[in-house]
Design a protein around this ligand. Structure first.
Ligand SMILES: C[S@@+](CC[C@H](N)C(=O)[O-])C[C@H]1O[C@@H](n2cnc3c(N)ncnc32)[C@H](O)[C@@H]1O
Length: 303
């Protein structure tokens, strides 16, 4: 069984400085590693969101000892405003997200995320979601494939990959797709598998990951109490760019100023320190290598 080692757990929990009575939303519950550490660090309540029913079921069992201090919710995190409204929570003190797929999702070949184990080309974090990667590779036009390969995979030769996908239809499992992409791009000198970018593009498209993140950020600023903390761990430059630009905009960086030098639109966030990166955990958890943690605080609503 794959164990998900929570990325930057100690750094995150130290930086949050949780206080008794605070309400936290963990938008990416997964196997509950971050949630458990937060529950152990102070007498807080954690609402744990995940769109994957397996993650919700396993983690609900694992954290049952925390009683009503832990509230699991199966949903997309872009729905955070609706979820909190329905729970009667008007504002929360901390919102965290550890973006992307989990190790158990990648390592379970039957979920179709992996180019190392054969399985149906699926990649849905929520197996009930309408769009799977199979539909994309078997039905989307070459132009649509090129767009996602460029935008979501940052693939340098999207045309070649799109052609091999269209010409190789119908596809059903991951290994033949990975092999075809690898053949057309060649192994080169890079250590990363040639199909990495293609699989990343498909995964992001299937789960609409960048839009989910953008909506979460916009909603979170509305939901945080005065001094509330927003902490996002991202794993690749596409996600980190969105977080960095959002934090810069909301903290008033580059904002238009009035004649007195005050920003015309009042900043809503204050950055807490610099970008944080994993330190000692790399040996134990090589997947943490590209992780980046950014934290910001909600400025007073009366500002
Ligand atoms: C990297 S894992 C989080 C691991 C977790 N921090 C832990 O310690 O176990 C990301 C999790 O977030 C979930 N997820 C990703 N995007 C989501 C979204 N938009 N809405 C809800 N859940 C999402 C995935 O299903 C996955 O279980």
């Amino acid at each position: 069984m794959t164990v998900h080692v929570p990325v930057m757990r100690d750094i995150l929990v130290d930086a949050l400085r949780l206080q008794a009575g605070e309400v936290v939303v963990d938008c990416t519950l997964g196997r509950g590693g971050h949630t458990k550490s937060m529950l152990d660090s102070a007498d807080v309540k954690v609402i744990g969101i995940d769109r994957d029913p397996t993650a919700i079921n396993l983690t609900t069992n694992k954290l049952s000892a925390y009683g009503d201090r832990f509230v699991p919710v199966r949903a997309q995190f872009s729905q955070i405003q609706k979820i909190l409204r329905e729970m009667g929570d008007k504002s929360v003190d901390v919102i965290i997200a550890d973006i992307g797929v989990s190790s158990p999702q990648i390592d379970d070949g039957s979920r179709g995320f992996s180019f190392q184990q054969d399985g149906p080309i699926d990649m849905r974090m929520d197996p009930d979601a309408p769009l799977s990667a199979l539909e994309i590779v078997n039905t989307w036009s070459s132009d649509e494939l090129i767009r996602i390969l460029k935008e979501y995979g940052e693939e340098r030769r999207p045309g070649r990959v799109a052609r091999v996908i269209v010409e190789g239809r119908p596809w059903s499992t991951t290994l033949p797709l990975a092999a075809a992409v690898s053949d057309v791009l060649g192994r080169g000198k890079s250590k990363i598998h040639p199909a990495t970018r293609t699989f990343q593009a498909l995964r992001i498209a299937v789960n609409d990951e960048l839009k989910e993140l953008t909506t979460l950020l916009e909603s979170s600023v509305e939901l945080l109490s005065d001094g509330g903390r927003l902490a996002i761990i991202s794993f690749h430059s596409l996600e980190d760019r969105i977080v960095k630009q959002f934090f810069a905009k909301e903290s008033g960086k580059n904002a238009a100023k009035d004649v007195f030098g005050h920003p015309i639109i009042a900043p809503r966030l204050k950055l807490q320190g610099k970008l944080l990166r994993p330190e000692k955990e790399l040996e134990a958890n090589p997947r943490a290598r590209s992780a980046r943690l950014r934290i910001a605080r909600r400025l007073s609503w009366n500002n």
